[in-house]
Design a protein around this ligand. Structure first.
Ligand SMILES: Nc1ncnc2c1ncn2[C@@H]1O[C@H](COP(=O)(O)OP(=O)(O)OP(=O)(O)O)[C@@H](O)[C@H]1O
Ligand SMILES: [Mg+2]
Length: 250
């Protein structure tokens, strides 16, 4: 579906943020993108949706190199949707319902149908009660639910999520994971950048690990767990068993 071939990116000369990353995301995959702060996760997601243009290598969509013209980027974004690390940056409607309905309206859907779809999607994510609230009056976790609902209404074939469960309460995270699993079952490729290694055991089918802008592991989640210490040394990740053992009263 979407492939990176030797993808490299630098924000400043001589300071590579990503070096020669290659992978392919396939339909129905549930991928965790792991790595320490500054490892390059958000940069990689921004390359995958065309927000950034690679300094080296290439991004391919359905086997074709991505073109960075207006039409090429429109094509890329008709397949790839992203929820940003700071979800508030991608909300533009006056109210929640207006914001979530915006995507379907842009694809030509009638207003009543778009509002109905927006409402259904908000309900799925446990955000139905927010529908008439102004965007500026939402909490951080509520903004995240609204941004997620907004991208899901356009039914992308590839969904990239940057720290989607950060800021969500437990019911919010459960609703998110159930919804993402249902989307993957329908064939959507989903990539979640996160520090939450609990998701390795409980949600992901595949893990991609970055260290200092380089890819150090790409494979099935269950293949990462037995060699955790060796594969993830210096990656700033809590071992999944340890993550599960953390309790509030410790
Ligand atoms: N706008 C920017 N300008 C310059 N350097 C940047 C910029 N954004 C990120 N970087 C640098 O690029 C590298 C990769 O950053 P990136 O944001 O992709 O990391 P990350 O893995 O998403 O980290 P986090 O877990 O903190 O979200 C880091 O060294 C970072 O300091
Ligand atoms: Mg990031």
């Amino acid at each position: 579906m979407i492939s990176a071939v030797d993808l490299s990116y630098s924000y400043a000369p001589g300071m590579p943020a990503l070096s020669r990353i290659s992978f392919t995301f396939r339909a129905g995959e549930r991928v965790l993108l792991l790595g320490a702060n500054g490892a390059g996760k958000s940069t990689l997601l921004s390359l995958c949706n065309g927000l950034l243009r690679p300094c080296g290598g290439e991004l391919r969509l359905l086997g074709e190199p991505v073109e960075y013209s207006k039409a090429g980027l429109r094509r890329l974004r008709s397949h790839v949707s992203t929820v940003l690390q700071d979800a508030g940056d991608q909300l533009f409607g006056a109210t929640v319902l207006q914001d979530v309905a915006m995507g379907p309206l842009e694809t030509g859907m009638q207003e009543a149908a778009a509002r109905e779809l927006a409402m259904e999607t908000l309900d799925l994510l446990g955000g139905g009660h927010l529908a008439e609230r102004p965007i500026h009056a939402l909490s951080a976790g509520e903004k995240k639910r609204v941004a997620l609902a907004g991208v899901l209404t356009v039914r992308p074939s590839i969904l990239l999520l940057d720290e989607p469960s950060a800021g969500l309460d437990a019911p919010g995270e459960d609703a998110l994971l159930d919804t993402l699993s249902a989307c993957a079952e329908r064939g959507m490729a989903i990539c979640v950048a996160t520090h939450n290694t609990w998701l390795l055991r409980h949600w992901a089918t595949r893990a991609v690990v970055l260290r200092g802008g380089r890819l150090v592991f790409d494979g099935a989640s269950e293949d990462l767990l037995p060699h955790w210490d060796r594969q993830t040394a210096g990656c700033g990740l809590r071992a999944p068993a340890e993550a599960e053992g953390v309790t509030l009263c410790r």
